[in-house]
Design a protein around this ligand. Structure first.
Ligand SMILES: [Zn+2]
Length: 325
């Protein structure tokens, strides 16, 4: 329900008190920026630019020595596991502001924008301190997610000499979720109908693949120039940059490369616990889907599986895996 009239005026008056104030929580790197942290970041993200990890290459660059990837900025000050504890810190004005929204039913929060600016590259040995200010709060907005307010914060990063080296504007929407349509009762017992699976976003690049599933075929995209197979479907070959492509029908035979069992959070339309596996198809590409037809704890690395294209709802099929016979 949107806040209206006097109630809304009173609420927005309370919000005004927070605009322009610092959130009251110090954020800082825990010690100087070091090469192993940078290396782990680069490995995790697959960033192979040598100025981040190769001292000789960095020495030859305009930087003269190793620098940190700018994208590490926020991660450098995030407090890790302490974050959840810091949420309840009574000095935390940002949390206090969020609680005002919670009290009005706007319990949802979603990050919508992040902008960053840099005065210089961060170097080994730099230590950062960051101060965050609540910069602005929007008017009440009706969004696709529900009714709420956008909150902008600005974080200024200073180095060990007190010089500003970077800034970040972060925007979240605090909102009350729009009402979901009630599922119609499925039968005379009055129990609600089982939710259906989330539908894929269908576009120019993946429509052929879902049409294959409808026909009962698991397709793999094949480069029209060099012949390399790829999945998921995309417009360009990662090896030769050709935009020509065709597709082959997979045998559906594969081997579990890796797997997890998901207990939580429960997304409507799935049965839990759900086994999810990365499968090496015999053609050489990998495919991620649920393994059904056995208990989740029976799924193991190296297990032989077979694709099974099954009807999830009356008008929707998906490729699942079952233990190979
Ligand atoms: Zn190619």
């Amino acid at each position: 329900m949107a806040l209206q009239g006097k109630e809304r005026e009173a609420f927005e008056k309370k919000l005004e008190a927070y605009v322009g104030i610092e959130i009251g929580i110090e954020e800082a790197t825990k010690g100087p920026i070091d090469p192993s942290t940078i290396r782990q970041w680069c490995e995790a993200l697959g960033d192979e630019l040598p100025i981040y990890t190769d001292p000789a290459a960095a020495a030859d660059s305009i930087h003269g020595a190793i620098v940190a990837p700018p994208t590490m900025l926020q991660a450098l000050i995030l407090p890790g596991m302490e974050m959840a504890v810091g949420e309840d810190d009574p000095r935390n004005k940002q949390r206090e502001l969020h609680r005002l929204f919670d009290a009005e039913g706007m319990t949802g929060v979603v990050a919508t924008n992040c902008e960053q600016g840099f005065s210089r590259y961060l170097k080994l040995g730099d230590e950062l301190q960051a101060v965050t200010t609540i910069e602005s709060i929007s008017e009440q907005k009706a969004t696709a997610l529900g009714i709420g307010y956008f909150i902008n914060t600005r974080t200024v990063f200073q180095d060990q000499n007190g010089e500003e080296v970077a800034w970040m504007i972060f925007r979240v929407l605090k909102f009350e979720a729009a009402e979901q349509p009630q599922a119609a009762p499925s039968d005379s017992t009055g129990a609600p109908a089982k939710p259906t699976r989330i539908r894929p976003t269908m576009g120019h690049d993946n429509q052929f693949w879902w049409e294959g599933i409808e026909r009962g075929e698991l397709l793999i995209q094949k480069c029209g120039s060099c012949g390399e197979l790829r999945h998921p479907p995309r417009p360009m070959c990662p090896s030769c940059q050709s935009k020509e492509w065709e597709s082959i029908v997979s045998s559906g035979q594969g081997t579990v490369y890796s797997h997890v069992t998901i207990h939580y959070p429960e997304v409507p339309g799935y049965d839990y616990p759900a086994s999810v596996a990365v499968v090496d198809l015999e053609e050489g590409t990998r495919f991620v889907s649920n393994v059904v037809g056995c208990e989740p704890d029976e799924v193991h690395v190296g297990m032989k599986v077979q694709v099974s294209i099954e009807e999830m709802d009356p008008d929707f099929k998906m490729a699942l895996f079952r233990p190979a016979k």
